[in-house]
Write a protein that binds this ligand. Structure first.
Ligand SMILES: [Zn+2]
Length: 451
């Protein structure tokens, strides 16, 4: 019953990825010897600095760290797949994800000018460097997300300075919580984003998880790792995607739910399938026997994606923007655009809103404070509410460690002032303690209901 209550698919939006063909270049790119990098969790500042190309013909340099997302059992079988994370030299808020295997290299820069995607997935010596994730995204540029959340009150609520309400005031950044994520990769997805092999598909999945971690670690204190037998979830021409009523081969003709988009027919099959081949996980799985926390299916036939909100399951195009967006719904977040019935946020566009409505110059690839706060509210309240028993115990994660971060206190004017319309103003803020590497984010709420 609980499961039925928390899942609903009502709202439909169009999420358009902007065209910018002129921001794609092809160039050579040298991968350094990164064997001497320290681990991201070591606390050591890396002196291994590597440069990455940008679509503007420049380079950005990063301090490089090992950031393994592949558990030992899997890396013993696929030892050539390695993942790294870099922290910007010039702009410490910038991050890079780098994944290398025998023949593939895939990188993504989370930059102040937008996300930069670098790959040689066609295995040539020339690397595609682009603000667009793939040529596939250009062809299929409209993506549709069908989600809503169960409580309207969480859409309309005001947010205070604490994460969540003032009482209790939730903190974030004091813990790093790791979740195991299981991805069912359909044959069509494996062929679309890799060379069609299990090793190629696994390289793509490792790179995607390492990329998702850039945002989840920085903005939530959460991260993902793969499950030990992720390889058995990667389907190829020699081992076809499971079909039938319980499978993942629906078409727009055979799916009879909603508007016929196969994502609606396949979403409900993800958890039963993972339970049958991997073991107990997701919703209703107690901590002592749980083998996975988040689960999803990747299929290029969809129009976008759909997710439980909140919940651990989603169906996605194999695309970074789609996965991040649907995982934001998994956190319990609504959209961030008023006209889409979401939070009244005018950050300039976020990953939880439509790109067509992103302000000029807005990057739109971060979560807003609303999404982060809602994720924390769900994390603290669903997990600890006795009426849900084990339903949300996956939120505990696989591991949880103290980060030993010092959480700074913000010094900003709180209230009791107003700024007349069209008045230029400068917002100043600081923190205690302060550090030149801190990234400050300012958001405002749109009080209207129609734009
Ligand atoms: Zn959505």
């Amino acid at each position: 019953m609980i499961r039925k209550n928390i899942i609903s698919f009502i709202l439909l939006i169009n999420f358009v990825i902007p065209h910018s063909n002129n921001h794609t270049v092809y160039t050579s790119f040298d991968i350094m010897d990164l064997s001497g990098c320290p681990s991201l969790k070591s606390g050591i500042i890396s002196n291994v600095v590597m440069s990455f190309p940008t679509p503007h013909g420049k380079t950005k340099s990063f301090h490089m760290y090992k950031s393994s997302v592949i558990p030992r059992e899997l890396s013993d079988k696929f030892s050539s797949i390695l993942t790294y994370t870099g922290v910007g030299v010039e702009f410490p808020s910038e991050r890079v994800s780098l994944t290398v295997s025998e023949s593939f290299v895939k990188a993504m820069i989370l930059s102040s000018e937008g996300n930069v995607f670098i790959s040689n997935l066609n295995q040539s010596d020339q690397f595609r460097v682009s603000f667009n994730e793939s040529d596939l995204a250009l062809e299929n540029n409209e993506f549709n997300c069908g989600n809503t959340i169960s409580s309207n009150s969480s859409i309309l609520r005001n947010f205070d300075s604490c994460i969540g309400e003032n009482e209790p005031c939730y903190t974030m950044g004091d813990k790093l919580i790791t979740y195991r994520i299981a991805m069912i990769m359909t044959t069509d997805a494996t062929n679309a984003v890799s060379d069609g092999t299990v090793q190629g598909g696994l390289t793509w999945i490792a790179s995607m998880v390492n990329q998702l971690n850039l945002l989840w670690r920085r903005e939530l204190g959460f991260e993902f790792v793969l499950i030990p037998n992720q390889d058995i979830l990667i389907f190829t021409d020699d081992n076809l995607t499971p079909g039938g009523d319980d499978g993942f081969t629906y078409t727009w003709d055979t799916c009879t739910q909603a508007d016929g988009d196969p994502k609606y027919c396949e979403l409900g099959n993800v958890e039963p399938y993972l339970d049958s081949v991997i073991g107990v996980g997701g919703l209703n799985a107690p901590s002592e026997s749980r083998l996975w926390e988040y689960g999803l299916v990747l299929n290029p036939i969809y129009n976008g994606g759909v997710a439980q909100a909140p919940g651990p399951i989603s169906a996605n195009n194999p695309d970074y923007a789609v996965l991040n967006h649907e995982l934001g719904h998994n956190l319990g977040s609504a959209h961030n655009i008023t006209i889409e019935g979401g939070y009244r946020c005018t950050l300039g566009g976020t990953i939880m809103g439509s790109r067509t409505r992103t302000s000029d110059g807005g990057i739109g690839d971060q979560y807003s404070l609303h999404t982060i706060e809602m994720g924390y509210k769900k994390y603290n309240e669903l997990l600890n509410n006795p009426i849900y028993s084990n339903t949300y115990s996956y939120l505990n994660g696989y591991t949880s460690i103290q980060s030993n971060n010092i959480i700074p206190e913000l010094n900003v004017p709180n209230s009791n002032f107003s700024i007349p319309k069209e008045t230029p103003f400068l917002l100043e803020g600081s923190s205690t303690p302060s550090n030149p590497n801190y990234l400050f984010s300012w958001e405002q709420n749109d009080p209207t209901s129609s734009i």
